[in-house]
Ligand binder design. Structure first.
Ligand SMILES: NC(=O)c1ccc[n+]([C@@H]2O[C@H](COP(=O)([O-])OP(=O)(O)OC[C@H]3O[C@@H](n4cnc5c(N)ncnc54)[C@H](OP(=O)(O)O)[C@@H]3O)[C@@H](O)[C@H]2O)c1
Length: 230
């Protein structure tokens, strides 16, 4: 199982890389910062599967197509997108549409560009998985654009799923309904949050047996969060 993880140096991507390697799946880890990728390559990982690192971007159609062409692994069995972009936190009344557009563009364009680049190069029985967030279903003052973006991402994946029916490619969004205990915040993480490793393991389970995860949008919640807190 050849797995490409875009956003491999991020909190969620790191967990996906770690769990895929632990399963013995060769991983190509992609990000824009060579130094962060070099640090990944230097780590001691569980399992003996090879980790390749590749500097590249899915920021737009041209970048994503170039990335696809540069990754020379024969076939893409699974592509996982774990990219993110930051909203500074600002009420809608103080937000220009141009700021929203820039924010949405950095994220939604990346998922769309990656889908357009990789899906035509993938064969039946491969997997295309985008990581998303649970704020698609609720709003927090000051962070409403994050909810808008995640809601749009959900529809993007529903659309990709519908429009590629018959291709045999398993398309899913794994919607993470929790803050993430990852490398950037491990020391201060709430023990109830999902860990990067738990998310990575869930993504691996979807890759291994997609038929067990009726798509297209898969909500992943923390088993340690009481339902009243959700
Ligand atoms: N962290 C959380 O608490 C949390 C909670 C719920 C859901 N999620 C979801 O999980 C996903 C990943 O979030 P995260 O927190 O792991 O993000 P993150 O830590 O900020 O990492 C993002 C990763 O994406 C890479 N990246 C960004 N734009 C890229 C592009 N155009 N091309 C290639 N690589 C790109 C970054 O590396 P470079 O900068 O080196 O390229 C980095 O490796 C998002 O969909 C987010 O909504 C996260």
């Amino acid at each position: 199982m050849n797995v490409v993880v875009v956003g491999a140096t991020g909190d969620v991507g790191y967990g996906v890389v770690a769990r895929c390697l632990a399963r013995g799946w060769p991983v190509t880890a992609v990000g824009r910062r060579p130094e962060a990728l070099a640090a990944l390559a230097d780590e001691k990982w569980a399992g003996s599967a090879p980790l390749r690192v590749h500097t590249g971007s899915i920021a737009d159609d041209a970048a994503a197509a170039a990335l696809r062409d540069e990754i020379d692994i024969g076939r893409f069995d699974a592509v996982v997108l774990a990219v993110s972009t930051q909203w500074p936190g600002r009420p809608l009344a103080e937000t220009d549409y141009a700021d929203l557009s820039t924010f949405f563009g950095a994220y939604l364009r990346a998922h769309l560009a990656a889908a357009k680049a990789f899906l035509p190069a993938m064969s039946a029985d491969s997997r295309f998985i985008g990581i998303g967030g649970g704020m698609a279903d609720f709003v927090v003052p000051g962070l409403v654009p994050v909810s808008m973006m995640q809601a749009a991402q959900r529809m993007l994946y529903r659309g990709l799923h519908q429009e590629n029916k018959g291709s045999g490619i398993e398309i899913r969004e794994v919607m993470v309904v929790s803050k993430v205990n990852g490398r950037s915040n491990r020391a201060g993480a709430d023990p109830r949050w999902l860990t990067d490793s738990e998310i990575g393991e869930h993504v691996c389970a979807v890759i291994a047996a997609p038929a067990e995860f009726a798509g297209p949008v898969l909500r992943l919640e923390s088993p340690r969060t009481r339902r009243t807190e959700r």
